[in-house]
Design a protein around this ligand. Structure first.
Ligand SMILES: Cc1cc2nc3c(=O)[nH]c(=O)nc-3n(C[C@H](O)[C@H](O)[C@H](O)COP(=O)(O)OP(=O)(O)OC[C@H]3O[C@@H](n4cnc5c(N)ncnc54)[C@H](O)[C@@H]3O)c2cc1C
Length: 308
């Protein structure tokens, strides 16, 4: 209920503008967002690499309505790729197609995406294409399938909460794709997404089994397991060991500011771990999704706003 409410509010940008006026909110947002500038995010990525972790970086923004904004986001990602190369960072960009103009039409978005993928290819860097709400699932997967033959450095995302994902996974396995597997962070109707967390987790495990199966591995499928769920992380380890899938055939992924305590444990077991670092002024939608995932975050924020 609270999750649905917060996710409903996550598209009301006006609320973010109001929230931004409070120093307490800005401080709290900084738990999940590295800063407003690329420089701050790149600094965090350097620190993560120094600790033996891989990085991913997101320039926050989504659902842009004007072509210049999509062009600006594209340039920001080109600059990020150049800086990643120049600083020799082990990091990849992770972007949203609606930030590159998907709402303005597929042609605009594809042209922008191709520019980023080309630069990624030149700099030998993966580019992860995030998955947004179900309104974009088909278009995102179709665009991915279109660019993938030309750009093996393109990676995409599937969400375990969607009922359709098992079928989508088969399509991606056939492409030998690089896939991030997450639970899913948007408000979806029960007809499309499992409303019960137990079902989402159960589906996640089934998808783990499928991507680790010998035929998927033989096709070169590489998976980023994007979850902070300790129980699932344990299951992934067990299943990979049982299938004999070596630790360099998959990675774990987490979000900046969440479950840092797990980092040394995973690294200590010789597992690859990538941390996604977001930055930028357009933090509102991202931040609200983080609140929705853990209502305790909201209580903490409200308590501090009250004190403030
Ligand atoms: C690298 C990465 C990329 C992602 N990309 C996408 C994407 O492209 N599309 C998409 O829809 N979703 C994406 N997500 C978000 C994902 O779908 C989930 O919403 C999010 O990861 C929370 O689910 P969980 O698997 O961690 O499990 P949960 O069951 O939600 O959480 C497990 C535990 O993790 C901790 N935790 C989880 N969330 C929080 C939080 N916000 N604050 C504090 N603690 C928390 C808590 O200890 C909790 O008990 C991504 C997640 C990661 C890690």
């Amino acid at each position: 209920m609270l999750r649905a409410l917060l996710l409903g509010l996550s598209t009301r940008r006006r609320i973010g503008e109001v929230m931004d006026r409070f120093a307490v909110t800005r401080r709290f947002v900084r738990r999940f967002v590295a800063g407003t500038t690329a420089e701050e995010a790149l600094g965090v990525l350097g620190g993560l690499n120094g600790a033996g972790l891989l990085g991913a970086v997101t320039y926050l923004g989504e659902n842009v309505r004007e072509a210049p904004a999509a062009a600006q986001a594209t340039l920001a990602y080109l600059d990020l790729l150049d800086e990643i190369k120049r600083r020799n960072l082990k990091a990849v960009p992770s972007l949203k197609l609606t930030h590159l103009g998907l709402d303005l039409g597929e042609a605009v978005c594809l042209a922008n995406l191709r520019r980023v993928l080309e630069r990624g290819r030149e700099t030998e860097t993966l580019v992860w294409i995030d998955m947004e709400s179900s309104a974009y699932t088909d278009r995102t997967l179709d665009l991915y399938a279109r660019v993938r033959p030309e750009f093996p450095n393109a990676a995409c995302v599937l969400q375990a909460y969607l009922r359709r994902t098992r079928d989508d996974l088969e399509r991606l396995i056939a492409l030998g794709a690089r896939i991030r597997l997450c639970k899913g962070a948007y408000r979806e109707p029960p007809a499309l997404a499992y409303p019960d967390k137990r079902d989402v987790d159960g589906n996640y495990v089934r998808l783990v089994e499928r991507v680790l199966a010998p035929d998927a591995q033989a096709r070169g499928v590489y998976v980023g397991f994007a979850t902070h769920d300790e129980r699932l992380i344990g299951i992934i380890g067990d299943r990979a060991a049982a299938r004999g899938v070596p630790a360099d055939r998959f990675e774990h992924q987490m979000l900046y500011g969440i479950r840092h305590d797990l980092h040394p444990r995973l690294r200590g077991r010789g597992l690859r771990l990538r941390v996604l670092v977001p930055f930028g002024d357009d933090w509102y939608g991202y931040f609200m999704r983080r609140l929705a995932e853990r209502p305790a975050n909201l209580l903490f924020l409200l308590r501090n706003l009250h004190r403030g």
